[in-house]
Design a protein around this ligand. Structure first.
Ligand code: NAD
Length: 441
């Protein structure tokens, strides 16, 4: 057993919210430079604990240690980036008759943060850093399966000088503790990352108190590969774009759309990259992919193969204890198949052929989701045409990246609303207030 954690109940959530309410006036009133200093101190403290946090995350989530180190690097960078924000929360001056009108940004108040188990501290940091920078206090409810780095984060924040009550963590079930945060009258906003199903219920429940809500939900992203692309590069990059984090990634490019003229060659190039993936002990330095998070998740992933789909080729996975599932490529897949329509959240890729640019766009958009995606082509004009036509929040051309600290991230359609990261995240943690000062008689 890794750890035993006390399970919070609704009364604990209420105590955490009360602590956040009590801490709010002093935190929002801090001089901007002082709030910035504390966030830099927190980033320094996280950097000092980076390896400890990476190992804790790798053990709790079963993710490859190299990935966990990279994720902790992003956590630190996120706090550094938003440490610049308190002194840059600019407003507007607007010409009006009879005086001066201007806007200021106020914190929304106490923010409830509800996060998933796939990138536990990283996704929490995307919410914590802009929320705190803007002068809010927070109650973080991490996923039941992966609470350990959130709990350690709270200790590190306190030791770094953040006042008690500014960051509160409650570990408990979503349907009790999460639900209480969503319903609590003293919580002004919920920032949620998780499944589309739970996001839908949160949006409905939040309506009762007109809470602000931002939702980062599921995805079924398309990796579109045209015949004129650098096929070697596209094939080398495709596996980790869907099998990274064992496919438990909302941005997983789990639909690989390949132009018919290049299909055979692309599959030939892809296979050795899939079979070469190093799947194994998350704490081994060479590991690229670990196990799935739970037996339930493994069963859910395996059910996509029960539908009769037969793999074109698969990578390897260890025998023995652990929720292992080998990287699996299905080809060719009918766009109507369940594996082409539903989020797998595991290491299965569906290769779907297309004839031309118009069909590629139609297929890419034939989804309730719209989170991420990629376009591989040597034709620059086509790349831009397709990028504008695909209905997703984040796209890469000749690359498979989705997330950077400095650029906005979020979904179209049922992948959610609101943006995290970059300068845009601050909009979701502030209210715009308009002030008019009369200058006549
Ligand atoms: P989940 O929706 O089951 O749970 C997410 C969080 O919500 C957990 O903390 C859970 O306890 C809580 N929760 C559950 N029911 C609740 C309720 N009724 N009220 C309030 N809170 C509740 O998601 P998961 O299984 O932890 O994560 C997987 C999902 O997250 C996938 O669909 C994935 O695509 C999505 N995800 C999206 C992003 C993104 O940025 N768009 C990132 C990572 C994961």
């Amino acid at each position: 057993m890794l750890a035993e954690v006390a399970r919070a109940d609704v009364a604990d959530v209420d105590r955490a919210v009360a602590a956040a309410v009590a801490a709010l006036p002093a935190w929002r009133a801090l001089a901007p430079a002082e709030r910035a200093r504390l966030l830099h101190a927190l980033a320094d403290a996280l950097a000092a604990h980076q390896e400890e946090l990476a190992v804790l995350e790798a053990r709790n989530a079963g993710k490859a240690i190299g990935d966990a180190r990279g994720e902790m690097g992003m956590v630190i960078d996120t706090f550094r980036f938003y440490a610049g924000a308190p002194e840059r929360l600019l407003g507007d001056t607007i010409p009006v008759a009879g005086g001066q009108a201007f806007t200021v940004r106020e914190p929304v108040g106490v923010v409830g943060l509800i996060t998933p188990w796939n990138f536990p501290l990283t996704i929490a940091a995307w919410k914590l850093a802009p929320a705190l920078a803007a002068g809010n206090t927070v109650v973080l409810k991490p996923a039941e399966l992966t609470p350990l780095t959130a709990l350690r984060f709270a200790e590190i924040a306190l030791a770094a000088g953040l006042p008690a009550g500014v960051v509160n963590v409650v570990v408990g079930p979503g349907r009790t503790c999460g639900q209480r945060l969503v319903e609590h009258p003293d919580v002004a906003k919920i920032a949620f990352t998780g499944s589309t199903e739970v996001g839908r219920s949160i949006a409905a429940a939040a309506a009762a108190t007109i809470k602000r809500v931002t939702l980062e939900l599921g995805g079924k992203s398309a990796n579109i590969i045209f015949a004129d692309a650098d096929l070697e590069a596209a094939a080398a990059a495709a596996p980790l774009a869907v099998f990274g984090n064992a496919g438990q990634d909302c941005c997983a490019r789990s639909r690989i759309l390949v132009q018919e003229a290049a299909l055979e060659r692309f599959l030939e190039l892809l296979e050795p990259h899939v079979t070469a993936l190093r799947v194994g002990d998350p704490l081994a330095e060479s590991t690229q992919m670990g196990p799935l998070i739970s037996a339930a998740q493994r069963d859910a992933v395996a059910s996509f193969l029960d539908d009769g789909a037969s793999p074109a080729f698969r990578g390897s996975a260890p025998e023995g204890p652990g929720f292992w599932f080998p990287p699996t490529v299905l080809a060719p897949v009918d766009p109507g198949a369940r594996v082409a329509r539903e989020e797998v959240f595991g290491p299965i890729a569906a290769v779907i052929p297309f004839a031309d640019e118009a069909e590629a766009i139609t297929l890419a958009n034939d989804s309730i989701y719209g989170l991420s995606g990629s376009i591989w082509t040597r034709d620059g004009a086509r790349a831009l045409r397709v990028a504008r036509a695909v209905e997703t929040g984040v796209l890469s051309i000749n690359a498979n990246t989705s997330v950077r600290v400095t650029t906005p991230f979020g979904g179209f359609k049922q992948s959610g609303y609101g943006r995290e990261l970059g300068p845009h995240a601050l909009d979701a943690y502030t209210e715009v207030k308009t002030i008019f000062y009369a200058t006549e008689g």
